[in-house]
Design a protein around this ligand. Structure first.
Ligand code: C2E
Ligand code: CA
Ligand code: CA
Ligand code: CA
Length: 273
């Protein structure tokens, strides 16, 4: 810590230092965790709004075997991004998810990709490699990106999206409705899918403005030929309203929490979805 003019360590300095040490410790733990198989990939069903059948799953990384105790993805993903460890972690998630889903031919797979991963000029080639190794067809894969990524380098984003689409891979704009993401993006980048964030979709059952915003978004996205997914569906009323608003697919705790692949398949059999 720094010593102030009066020779005292300020509270502010101590906090900053603690935060930095914590980040460094977690960085080291991620490195260790990747080498020692501490990470898992869980899946959350994505349901067709009309048929109520499971059509796809989203892969979500978990860290259940961290010796210091489990940590939420929001926390360790950020640290993995700033330290470059996201390349290894992202590659692990993609490969594992392709392996896990390969036998279930009627299900698609959606995988989250960090903006940092796209900075890698080899990204598209690495995806192709992971698909080839697991014999997973490109046409069953969708990658989810956020607008941060598009904002960071629109030219690179446009070419990456087009390269991926040329391979047969679909690209989704995740967390729509959280940032500045506007209808403009939808037109300028050829996303196959938009995912309406849970902070917006989750309001439809008690906020008319949010409801109108969702309906408007769905109308425009559909007119542009995009699939619309609503995230964070937590109750039956939301499910019905989002379906009425025209969302094509629904995802949320109302259907299922994220779970290991075996549990997802058991649920599917039990509910015949
Ligand atoms: P996301 O991509 O927006 O993922 C959806 C998050 O919402 C997940 O949190 C999921 O468990 C949660 N969720 C699903 N249904 C509901 C619901 O009905 N209500 C509520 N309140 N939440 C719901 P999770 O798994 O903790 O992941 C958080 C974020 O971490 C993800 O947000 C994504 O940005 C990131 N993340 C997770 N796995 C990966 C990964 O493998 N790679 C990358 N780059 N990021 C990941
Ligand atoms: Ca996502
Ligand atoms: Ca999301
Ligand atoms: Ca998110």
């Amino acid at each position: 810590s720094k010593i102030t003019g009066k020779g005292r360590v300020t509270h502010y300095d101590v906090e900053l230092n603690n935060e930095r040490e914590r980040r460094l410790a977690i960085e080291e733990q991620i490195r260790h965790g990747l080498e020692h198989n501490e990470f898992d990939v869980w899946y959350q069903p994505i349901i067709d709004a009309r048929s109520q059948k499971m059509v796809s799953v989203e892969a979500l990384v978990r860290w259940p075997r961290r010796p210091e105790g489990p940590l939420a993805p929001d926390e360790f993903i950020t640290i993995a991004e700033t330290s470059g460890l996201i390349y290894g972690l992202g590659q692990f998630v993609l490969s594992r998810a392709c392996q896990d889903l390969e036998p279930y031919r009627d299900l698609k797979l959606s995988v989250n990709i960090s903006p940092a991963q796209f900075r890698d000029p080899e990204f598209e080639a690495k995806v192709e490699g992971a698909l080839a190794l697991s014999r997973f067809p490109a046409t069953r894969l969708q990658l989810e990106v956020t607008e941060t990524y598009v904002l960071e380098n629109p030219e690179r984003a446009r070419s990456a999206i087009n390269n991926l689409k040329a391979q047969g891979i679909a690209v989704a704009l995740d967390d729509f409705g959280t940032g500045y993401s506007s209808i403009g993006y939808l037109r300028r980048f050829n996303f196959n899918t938009i995912k309406i964030d849970k902070s917006l979709a989750g309001l439809v059952d008690h906020d008319e403005q949010a409801s109108a915003l969702v309906s408007g978004t769905v109308r425009i996205a559909s007119a542009l030929g995009m699939t619309v997914v609503a995230e964070g569906v937590e109750n039956e009323k939301q499910m019905k309203l989002l379906r009425l608003a025209g969302c094509d697919q629904l995802q949320g705790y109302w259907y299922s929490q994220p779970m290991p692949i075996e549990a997802i398949m058991a649920l599917r059999q039990q509910r015949q979805c």
